[in-house]
Design a protein around this ligand. Structure first.
Ligand code: GLA
Length: 387
């Protein structure tokens, strides 16, 4: 954060007053379960987005992104207008969401820096929403719970950007705990417990570098499929509100109530909720091999049932399966491209990632990005010492 403060001071010739750090996240298991009020295992990562700012008079805001050098300007009078094409849309969206909740918006100059890879499936946008939300509300003394701040970030995506995402990304960025996988319930919106990876294991993250062009609409269509399936299942099982309320056996017994596609979408979500619960037990018992197998199972289900995998993601998982060092791997996040996570021994992770990268380049001609991820702490904001 100190470096960002110095860059801010050199650029704006003034000192920032508050700052916040918000991590990206990895979805470990529990794919597309959040908006079905289901269960997820996720973690915050060591890579963060940092945001610092100083209030100014008037209504003009300036944001300097020190990652790519762009300067973005907007006016508080224009918050309701169409989102701009640059990253300030996340900040403007957050101001809108906070304002709805009673926050009095004010003008500022802000600086940001981020190590969270962009559009890869590690929630760089959620990290920015959370970092700016924490810093602005912290400074203003505006009381908002972590769960509500996460909802405000989700509101940016849902209401301002038209993407019907769930709460996972912002929630994980805020509630992540160092060295821990958090197990969350998206009905009650709470962390049920934390799980450590057995000592000596890590996640290698390998970015397929390819994304469908229609990721946003694909995502929204999957969500509609799930909601349709839940509605039909509720007619068979009164009281069932979402797919979270359906057990794998119940789904099989009511298969005929659904179209073939709805059945496969539901099978993925119901299966993922079930796998999260199984995984929690396996981790508690230190069964890393069993846990890893669930990651492979999850990917198979994405490929066959939810159809949110791609040829490139499948190639990465096939390479993983053929490598003895890998205990489990799957696509992570929304899918339709983006990243895969690979469970490996920490001291073999770098060599493993290089092997996969080489093999992937050989098979597809694509140069993958790789990261070894530590399980990082959740977001935090603080007043900055004044120079
Ligand atoms: C994206 C969304 C999340 C979640 C995942 C899939 O990351 O932003 O809300 O639905 O996809 O689990």
């Amino acid at each position: 954060m100190q470096q960002l403060v110095e860059k801010f001071e050199a650029y704006f010739k003034m000192s920032p007053v508050w700052g916040a750090k918000a991590p990206g996240r990895l979805e470990v298991l529990g794919n597309h379960t959040d908006y079905n009020e289901g269960f997820v295992l996720s973690c915050a990562v060591g890579q963060t987005t940092d945001f610092v700012f100083a209030p100014v008079d008037g209504t003009g805001c300036t944001v300097k992104d020190f990652r790519d050098g762009t300067e973005m300007n907007f006016d508080l009078a224009d918050l309701d207008k169409k989102p701009p094409r640059n990253g300030s849309k996340y900040i403007i969206g957050m101001l809108n969401e906070l304002r709805k909740r009673g926050f009095k918006v004010f003008a500022f100059k802000a600086g940001l820096e981020s190590k969270v890879p962009l559009s890869a499936g590690m929630s760089s946008s959620a990290a920015l929403e959370v970092a700016c939300g924490l810093a602005l509300t912290g400074y203003a003394g505006f009381e908002i719970s972590k769960a509500d701040l996460a909802r405000a970030g989700q509101g940016v995506e849902n209401n301002f950007l038209g993407l019907k995402t769930g709460l996972l990304d912002q929630f994980s960025s805020l509630f992540g705990e160092k060295e821990s996988i958090i197990e969350s319930d998206f009905r009650t919106v709470e962390v049920l417990g934390t799980h450590a990876l057995p000592p000596g294991y890590a996640f290698a993250v390998i970015n397929s570098m390819k994304k469908h062009t229609l990721v946003d609409s694909d995502y929204n269509v999957r969500r509609e499929d799930c909601e349709k399936a839940a509605e039909k299942l509720a007619a068979v099982y009164p009281g069932a509100k979402t797919l979270r309320d359906i057990s794998p056996e119940q789904l099989e017994n009511a298969k005929n109530a659904l179209t073939e596609r709805e059945y496969r979408r539901a099978k993925h979500v119901v299966g993922e909720c079930f796998r999260v619960k199984q995984a929690a037990k396996l981790l508690a018992g230190g069964d890393i091999a069993g846990f890893g197998q669930l990651l492979f199972d999850s990917h198979d289900s994405s490929r066959m049932n939810f159809e949110n995998s791609t040829a490139e993601l499948d190639t990465l998982i096939e390479i993983a399966k053929a490598d003895e060092a890998c205990l489990g791997a799957r696509l992570s996040g929304g899918g339709f491209g983006g990243i895969t996570i690979h469970l490996v021994k920490a001291d073999e992770a770098a060599a493993y990632a290089e092997r996969v990268k080489k093999e992937y380049a050989g098979q597809t001609g694509i140069e993958a990005e790789v990261f070894i991820c530590s399980l990082g702490a959740g977001a935090r904001g603080n007043k900055l010492p004044q120079a």
